[in-house]
Design a protein around this ligand. Structure first.
Ligand code: UD1
Length: 336
């Protein structure tokens, strides 16, 4: 079976390509390298000892995308390509709406023309907005608090509308909680350009000494230690969820929505302390004020994914911390 992965050289995309190749799928990756690097191809091939087809194109380009479908018989698509930085989306909403919406619309248009009906879409728990209760379930009301979140919500709605017009269309929408960790080989992982916004990448840079200390955004939340609680999920667990989602999409029709999280919340200080302990490295931090827009706690009810996909997270917070550190140290060694 031939799977097209858009954004397949990115953080979650690259780990998903590894799992697909390890499970004997044929893979075609489309990526415009806007937030990834070409060496990810070699690293995926090193991990899997398998090759895949790569197109350096933008999913927004209708003619280029059509060429990919002409040259390959695609059975199913996993759509990761898109911008994902919340703060950046607030500063530059037009860029986010243009890129994230247009790429998804072009993809759906080309899939329709080539009669490809199986799609897995990379959504986010951000579509729950500020939840009224916890844990968060798939049927909770949806809202967005940033242009980035709005694009995810709008794409979900577009997929739902297409499903109404085309009963054979079978999109599976995956709402990720907080992806963290890296492949255990240390060959692929997340290393954002510039100063990271997200917690785990920031801690990784403090661990290497590139950044002096972590700012913990608030310790007066209604949580067990006052710091924000999130559902961190190992990127390899997340990647495996996509394989289950493809199976589901191939065997059913209509829209399906699943949370991919562990169901367990960890605070900022839980993460800092675990990282420090597992890797035997100090993570200096200071408590500062709350970050605008943050909520106290956010964690999934992942039972629907378990009951309907047979998927659940298996790796621990210790695994995420160990693998993240292994990856960033390898990156640092390679640079020096
Ligand atoms: C953010 C996005 C979410 C996106 C996710 C990707 C917002 C409101 N949400 O989630 O849409 O899908 O990233 O992973 O931006 N923290 C610190 N110090 C730091 C960084 C973070 O204390 O330097 C704290 C935050 O206050 C929060 C926790 O760490 O309590 C996690 O933050 P982060 O990694 O940015 O993820 P989210 O805000 O949950």
């Amino acid at each position: 079976m031939n799977i097209l992965v858009t954004g397949g050289l990115g953080f979650i995309g690259s780990h998903t390509v590894v799992e697909l190749l390890n499970n004997n799928y044929d893979v075609v990756v489309v990526d415009n390298l806007s937030n990834s690097t070409i060496d990810v191809i070699d690293n995926i091939e090193k991990i899997t000892s398998k090759k895949f087809k790569f197109y350096n194109i933008d999913v927004c380009n209708y003619d280029d995308l059509k060429t990919v479908f002409k040259e390959n018989k695609i059975d199913s698509v996993i759509h990761f390509a898109g911008y994902k930085a919340v703060g950046e989306s607030v500063d530059n909403p037009i860029m986010y709406y243009e890129n994230n919406l247009y790429s998804s619309i072009i993809l759906c248009k080309v899939m329709n023309e080539f009669n490809v009906n199986s799609l897995v879409f990379s959504s986010s728990a951000t579509v729950y907005g500020i939840p009224k209760s916890l844990p968060m379930k798939e049927d909770f009301p949806l809202s967005a608090t940033s242009p980035y979140g709005t694009t995810k919500l709008m794409i979900e709605n577009i997929l739902k509308d297409i499903s109404i017009s085309n009963p054979n269309f079978s999109p599976v929408i995956l709402r990720y909680f907080n992806p963290a960790g890296a492949h255990s080989s240390g060959l692929i992982g997340e290393n954002p350009k510039g100063i990271p916004n997200n917690l785990m990448p920031y801690i990784m840079r403090v661990a290497t000494g590139d950044l002096e200390e972590l700012s913990v955004f608030g310790n007066d939340y209604d949580t067990h230690d006052g710091t924000g609680v999130r559902d961190y999920i190992h990127v390899v667990d997340l990647a495996k969820g996509h394989l289950k989602a493809i199976e589901k999409s191939m065997n059913t029709s209509g829209v399906k929505v699943y949370n991919l999280g562990t169901g367990v919340g960890y605070s900022v200080l839980d993460l800092v302390n675990t990282f420090s302990k597992v890797n035997n490295v100090p993570i200096p931090y200071k408590i500062v004020g709350r970050r605008a827009g943050d909520i106290a706690s956010c964690y999934a009810d992942p039972s629907k994914a378990y009951n309907e996909l047979g998927w659940r997270a298996e790796l621990s917070m210790e695994d995420m911390c160990r693998d993240s550190y292994n990856f960033i140290m390898k990156q640092k060694e390679a640079k020096n």
